[in-house]
Ligand binder design. Structure first.
Ligand code: HEM
Length: 447
């Protein structure tokens, strides 16, 4: 049995853990550039391999997916999400996926795009009241707020107040930050130890639960039928047991959609704003495309014609994939190429590093939306570009997210122009999702 090679920098006892903890991206980039397709991360806590080769990734996520479950990182998410669609496994997952899938069908998304448009137009109104021409805007905060409002109004038809959205936004931020630290740093004390970060996380989890619980209670008490995902969850009857979902199950599902559906898209939007600020020539192309359409609130069909918008989004998700790493745990021993991986081995799939690898991309760190035009898109190897994952656990919200980003971009850039603050330097922070160390600040200009 031969294990994949590891970097020679492993230290006694802790192996590579301290190096990884100090800078996960730098460490993984070094593994890939020095050792190629697959490497071993030496750790006293578990067997870990990092996989960079698209064929191997296809094998793990798709071809032999039955031998893999979600890895330990998702356990931290369970603190908040319980056993919702993102974190569940096996038959429970299959049932949940079947149930939620119709809410994300194409025809359904076409209907939701219309509501998304209303939310973005409300944002335009708010910004016009709130900001003056030339003001600085915290794009990270604003895109989070927007994405949260879109999820809550499209999938749960909930009208959480502006203050409620801010509270939820803040509380989710705390939970995610603490959770990410715990995943990355195996030396963190257990959750029951009353450290400051454990206490603030517990408080934030409670707050999120209160807000979501109120949404569910309101719906359970209502005699009206709503045409949304929450109603599907509330009224579904289990074929085997003949029972409806419990309040606890409902909490897990709703929280999952809130978390999985807003952070990722919000960060992707914020990175896209940054890229457009940093690459004025690409921004000009986007503005020209915007000027070709006269709609205040385009339909899904019209958005599909905005080809350059889509290329910008695809390229932004390549450079800054919000889900920067995907993790799995092998159930049985398995083989990748000439290497044998032990049962229960953790497989880290560093999406960010692969999507910026010189092996698969020319000028990998440059923002070149044309990589995704009709002519070039066919030559991108599958699983060298996979911001939404792959195989059966592919992101259920992929199309939702793409159209949400498109409509937000079209409407907001039609009303405003944005420029980067002078000397703004972007530094990424790989938490549960990929974020920036400091918020992205841009100047807003009214048109
Ligand atoms: C740019 C935005 C988004 C990105 C980059 C993204 C990325 C991903 C990725 C990589 C996975 C797979 C994780 C794995 O295999 O371990 C995933 C799963 C998932 N995503 Fe997304 N996502 C985005 C937006 C959304 C939205 C808008 C929703 C819902 C409204 C959503 C809901 C989910 C759910 C429920 C799962 C779990 C699916 C399952 O396991 O069956 N995501 N997402």
């Amino acid at each position: 049995m031969s294990k994949p090679p590891g970097l020679p920098s492993a230290k006694p006892i802790f192996g590579h853990i301290l190096e990884f903890r100090k800078g996960p991206m730098e460490f993984m980039k070094k593994c890939h550039s020095e050792l190629g397709d697959i490497t071993w991360l030496q750790s006293p806590f578990r067997d870990i391999t990092l996989v960079f080769k698209p064929d191997y990734i296809k094998y793990i996520l798709q071809e032999n997916n039955k031998n893999f479950r979600k890895s330990f990182g998702y356990d931290e998410l369970k603190v908040l999400l319980g056993h919702g669609l993102l974190t569940s496994e096996g038959e429970t997952w299959r049932k949940q996926r079947r149930l939620a899938q119709p809410a994300f069908h194409k025809e359904r998304i076409a209907y939701l795009v219309n509501i998304m448009g209303d939310v973005v137009l409300d944002t335009v109104k708010q910004w016009k009241e709130q900001y003056k021409d030339g003001d600085e805007v915290n794009i990270t905060f604003e895109t989070n707020k927007l994405a949260l409002e879109i999820v809550s109004r499209t999938l749960f038809q909930s009208d959480i107040s502006a203050a409620g959205i801010d509270e939820l936004n803040h509380a989710l931020g705390v939970v995610i930050e603490v959770g990410a630290k715990r995943i990355r740093d195996p030396f963190q004390p257990p959750r029951w130890v009353p450290t400051q970060s454990n206490r603030s996380s517990a408080k934030a989890v409670k707050k999120v639960h209160e807000i979501v619980s109120a949404i569910i209670e309101k719906r359970l008490k209502s005699n009206e039928r709503f045409d949304d995902l929450l109603d599907m969850f509330v009224h579904t009857i289990d074929e085997e047991t003949g029972e409806k979902m419990t309040k606890e199950d409902l909490m897990d599902e709703v929280l999952t959609i809130f978390i999985a559906g807003h952070e990722t898209t919000a960060n992707a939007l914020a990175f896209t704003w940054y890229l457009l600020g940093a690459y004025p020539a690409e921004k000009e192309k986007l503005l020209i495309e915007i000027s070709t359409l006269n709609a205040e609130k385009p339909s899904m069909h019209q958005l599909r014609e905005l080809k350059f918008h889509r290329m910008v989004i695809d390229e932004s998700l390549r450079l800054y994939p919000p889900a920067w790493i995907i993790g799995r745990q092998g159930l049985k021993e398995d083989k990748l190429g000439e290497y044998t991986l032990p049962a229960l081995c953790t497989y880290g799939i560093p999406v960010y590093v692969i999507q910026r690898s010189k092996t698969y991309w020319k000028d990998p760190d440059d923002f070149i939306p044309e990589r995704f035009n009709e002519e070039n898109i066919g030559s991108i190897p599958k699983f060298a570009y996979f911001p939404f994952g792959g195989g059966p656990r592919l992101c259920i919200g992929q199309m939702f997210a793409i159209y949400e980003m498109q409509i937000a971009m079209y409407v907001l850039w039609k009303h405003f122009d944005f420029s980067l603050k002078e000397n703004f330097h972007l530094e990424i922070e790989p938490l549960i999702t990929l974020r920036t160390k400091k918020p992205i600040m841009m100047k807003i200009h009214f048109k």
